[in-house]
Ligand binder design. Structure first.
Ligand code: XUL
Ligand code: CO
Length: 442
C-alpha cells in the first residue's frame, strides 16, 4: 500500500443526495438494487490508467502541470512504473471502482527492442496481478498503444509497410495474452492512427483490406487461446488523423460486414467521439444495439464549443440519461462497462482532484441510471414509440413487410385511396416528460 493520496484517508462512502461531503457519493450506492440488479453490477465503472496516472497535464502549448512524480524520467524506469501502479491501485481501492483499463505502454516502460518491451510488460503484469488480488479490482479491458511511438507515424495495421503490420500484430498478441492472464473481460482496439491525412499518398482500398486482415488475425488468436471476452473497436471520426477509418458505429458496422466480422467484433463507444462524429451519444448506442455490435462505453464528455477530443468527466445527467436509457433498453452493458476515458483539467493539480472528478462522473452516471430505469419501467418512451408505429403492426404494414405488396399494388392503393392522415411527432411533449423524470429520479 502506498500513501500517495493521503488527503483521502479511506474508502469513499455513499451518503445520499442531501450530503454536503464533497468526498462522498450522493447517487452511486453500489449495493442499491435498481431494475433487478445492484448499481455496481449495472454500471461496472472502470478507471482508465492513461489519463489518470500516465498523463502529467501536458498539452500542445506546454509541459505537465500535474503532480505525477513517477513520470519524471527516472533512471529506474521500472521502479517508477511500480510506484505509479501502487498509487493507481491505492486510488482504485479508495474510490471503490470495481474495474480498471490500461494500454501496455501505460503500465510498462518501452524497452530498446520488441523483446525487451515484452519482458518489461510481463513483469508489470505480474505486479498488476498482485495488486488486483490484494484489492479485488478486476480488469475491464486491456489495449495496445500503437500510436505514440514514432514508428507508428503512418498507422499500425493500415501502414504502407508490412513490417509495421507485423510489429503491431506481435504487440497485440502480447497484450491480448497479458489481458487474458489478468482475467480481462474485453480487449479494445482503438484505431490510433488508422486513417489518413491526404489521399495523395494513400490507397484507401488497400488500407481497409489490411485492417480487415488484422482484425481477423486478432479474432482467430482470441479463439485459439480461449479468450472469452469481447473484441471491441472504438469508433472515432478524426484526431489524430484527419480521417479515421472507424468513423462512427455505422462505418464500423459496414466494415465488419465487409470483412465478415459481425458477431466477432463489437464496439466500445466513447461519448466524446460520438459527438465529434456529429451524433448524440444515445444515437451511437442505439445504432450499435440495432446492428448487434454493442460492447462497452468510454464515459466522458466533450465541450459544446470545442471541436476536439477534450475528454472531460461526465457532468450532464440530461445527456447521459438518454444514453443509459438506450443501454438498458438494449439489455444492459453485458461484459462491457463504463470506463472513464476522461482527464482532469490542467489546473486541477491537487491530489484529491482525481477523486472529485471520478465521484462526479460516477454520481452523474448513477443518477442517469435511475432516470433510465424509471423511464423503461414505466414504458414512458416505449409506449409513445410503439403508438407512432402502430400501423406497421396492422394489415397494410404487415403485408408490406411480409413481401405481399409490390410497387404496382401500392400504386393502385395510392390511386384509389385518400390522402394519408398525419399525426404529431410530439417531440416537445416527450422532452418535457423526460425532464420530469430527471427532476423526480431519487
Ligand atoms: C483516444 C481514446 C483512447 C482509447 C484507448 O481518443 O479514446 O484512449 O480509448 O486507446
Ligand atoms: Co476512449
Amino acid at each position: 500500500m502506498t500513501d500517495f493520496f493521503t488527503s483521502v484517508p479511506e474508502r469513499i462512502g455513499f451518503e445520499g443526495p442531501e450530503s454536503d461531503n464533497a468526498l462522498a457519493f450522493r447517487w452511486y450506492d453500489a449495493d442499491r438494487v435498481v431494475a433487478g440488479r445492484r448499481m455496481e453490477d449495472h454500471l461496472r465503472f472502470a478507471v482508465c490508467y492513461w489519463h489518470s496516472f500516465n498523463w502529467d497535464g501536458l498539452d500542445i502549448f506546454g509541459g505537465g502541470t500535474l503532480d505525477r512524480p513517477w513520470l519524471g524520467g527516472s533512471d529506474d524506469e521500472l521502479g517508477a512504473a511500480k510506484a505509479k501502479m501502487a498509487a493507481a491501485f491505492e486510488f482504485l481501492d479508495k474510490l471503490g471502482a470495481p474495474f480498471w483499463c490500461f494500454h501496455d505502454r501505460d503500465i510498462a516502460p518501452e524497452g530498446s527492442s520488441f523483446k525487451e518491451s515484452a519482458a518489461l510488460l510481463d513483469e508489470m503484469i505480474d505486479e498488476a496481478a498482485g495488486h488486483m488480488e490484494r484489492t479485488g479490482t478486476r480488469l475491464l479491458w486491456g489495449t495496445a498503444n500503437m500510436f505514440s511511438n514514432p514508428r507508428f507515424q503512418a498507422g499500425a495495421a493500415t501502414n504502407p509497410d508490412p513490417e509495421l503490420f507485423a510489429y503491431a500484430a506481435g504487440q497485440v498478441r502480447h497484450c491480448l495474452d497479458a489481458t487474458h492472464r489478468l482475467g480481462g473481460e474485453n480487449y479494445v482496439l482503438w484505431g490510433g492512427r488508422e486513417g489518413y491525412e491526404t489521399l495523395l499518398n494513400t490507397d484507401m482500398g488497400r488500407e481497409l483490406d489490411q485492417l480487415g486482415r488484422f482484425l481477423t488475425l486478432v479474432v482467430e488468436y482470441k479463439h485459439e487461446i480461449g479468450f472469452e471476452g469481447l473484441i471491441l473497436i472504438e469508433p472515432k471520426p478524426f484526431e489524430p488523423t484527419k480521417h479515421q477509418y472507424d468513423f462512427d458505429v455505422a462505418a464500423v458496422h459496414a466494415f465488419l460486414q465487409r470483412y465478415d466480422l459481425v458477431g466477432e467484433v463489437h464496439t466500445n463507444i466513447e461519448v466524446n467521439h460520438a459527438t465529434l462524429s456529429g451524433h448524440d451519444f444515445a444515437h451511437e448506442v442505439a445504432a450499435a444495439f440495432a446492428a448487434g455490435i454493442f460492447g462497452s462505453i468510454d464515459a466522458n464528455a466533450g465541450d459544446d464549443r470545442l471541436g476536439w477530443d477534450v475528454d472531460r468527466f461526465p457532468v450532464s445527467v440530461e445527456q447521459m440519461s438518454l444514453g443509459m436509457y438506450e443501454i438498458l433498453r438494449g439489455g444492459g452493458l453485458g461484459s462491457g462497462g463504463l470506463n472513464f476515458d476522461a482527464k482532469l483539467r490542467r489546473q486541477s493539480i491537487a491530489r484529491d482532484d482525481l477523486f472529485h472528478a471520478h465521484i462526479g462522473g460516477m454520481d452523474t452516471m448513477a443518477r442517469a441510471l435511475l432516470v433510465a430505469a424509471e423511464l423503461l419501467d414505466d414504458g414512458a418512451i416505449e409506449n409513445a414509440r410503439s403508438k407512432r408505429y402502430a400501423g406497421w403492426d396492422q394489415a397494410l404494414g404487415q403485408r408490406i413487410l411480409g413481401g405481399e405488396e409490390t410497387l404496382a399494388s401500392l400504386h393502385d392503393r395510392a390511386m384509389n385511396g385518400d390522402e394519408p392522415v398525419r399525426s404529431s411527432g410530439r417531440q416537445e411533449a416527450l422532452e418535457n416528460m423526460v425532464a420530469r423524470y430527471i427532476e423526480r429520479a431519487r
